[in-house]
Write a protein that binds this ligand. Structure first.
Ligand code: IPE
Ligand code: IPE
Ligand code: MG
Length: 259
């Protein structure tokens, strides 16, 4: 019985203490998140998948705030993949509407918190109205110097690499670049992530152990953190986030070397 009580007390370990623990060690510079499980979360509650996405967007607001408070430099979230076009039109439309609502309700907070928004992916196939709203948000946060918040929209890792290769080929063809000039740092510049550091930590909720075409080139040495299946994105909160970061802080990264 005592064991039960102690584990309960441990479970309610105040968030404050977790924050202190995280802050006592170097925090990751760049965190990437695959926000997965909105549909299952809704289904479990007899709600529509669209409602699941709506609740999921609330989690995102809190996570952005925590990321900024922790002084993390980059946050990259997967919001819509190149494969998500395979979903029913109704769901896709709801996701587009949600993007617009998100910017309408959050832009002021992003500005207040000095957060710079950036898009990874090709917005060309998004409805005009949605594109305009996104460009408006990008323009309104472009001079901010705090957290760089990247939202991956119509993003695929393979698309990212192909797009970079096309860009390189163009620049070679036009004489801007010589084949011999291509090295790792040049190649990076052509990716959607440009000069950003690679993610240190990748989080995926909902118990799926796969990358689903996210940041394939950039995560070569990223530490991966997969949640248990019962933790779906709308339930992901600051405490779970802090625990994932703590877990990362206890790992030993070797990058192929020995210690
Ligand atoms: C992730 O949740 C959000 C998007 C892909 C837009 P899902 O919609 O994939 O939720 P599940 O995986 O079906 O539960
Ligand atoms: C990945 O989740 C994409 C996003 C979270 C935006 P999916 O739910 O689309 O991935 P799969 O289909 O389960 O691999
Ligand atoms: Mg999913």
């Amino acid at each position: 019985m005592y064991k039960g009580i102690f584990s309960f007390i441990k479970h309610i370990q105040p968030t404050r203490r977790l924050i202190k623990q995280v802050n006592s060690r170097p925090v990751p510079r760049h965190i990437a998140i695959i926000m997965d499980g909105n549909g299952r979360w809704a289904q479990k509650r007899g709600l529509s998948r669209e409602m699941g996405h709506r609740y999921g967007s609330e989690s995102l607001k809190d996570i952005i705030e925590s990321t900024s408070d922790l002084g993390i430099e980059y946050l990259t979230v997967f919001a819509f993949s190149t494969e998500n076009w395979k979903r029913p039109t109704k769901e896709i439309n709801a996701l587009m509407d949600l993007l617009v609502d998100y910017i309408d309700s959050e832009l002021d907070r992003l500005k207040r918190n000095n957060i710079k928004m950036n898009v990874l992916g090709d917005l060309g196939s998004f409805p005009e109205k949605v594109q305009q709203k996104i460009y408006f948000a990008l323009d309104n946060t472009k001079d901010n110097t705090g957290l760089k918040f990247n939202i991956a929209l119509n993003y695929g890792g393979r698309d990212d690499i192909l797009n970079a290769v096309r860009g390189l080929a163009d620049d070679i063809q036009s004489g801007k670049l010589a084949v011999d000039d291509i090295d790792k740092s040049i190649f990076y510049k052509y990716l959607y992530t440009g000069n950003m550091p690679d993610p240190d930590l990748l989080i995926r909720t909902s118990g799926e152990y796969r990358l689903s075409n996210f940041l394939l080139y950039q995560i070569a040495y990223t530490e991966l953190w997969f949640s248990k299946p019962s933790l779906l994105w709308p339930d992901f909160n600051q405490r779970q986030y802090l625990k994932a970061i703590l877990d990362y802080q206890n790992r030993q990264r070797r990058f192929g070397a020995i210690t």
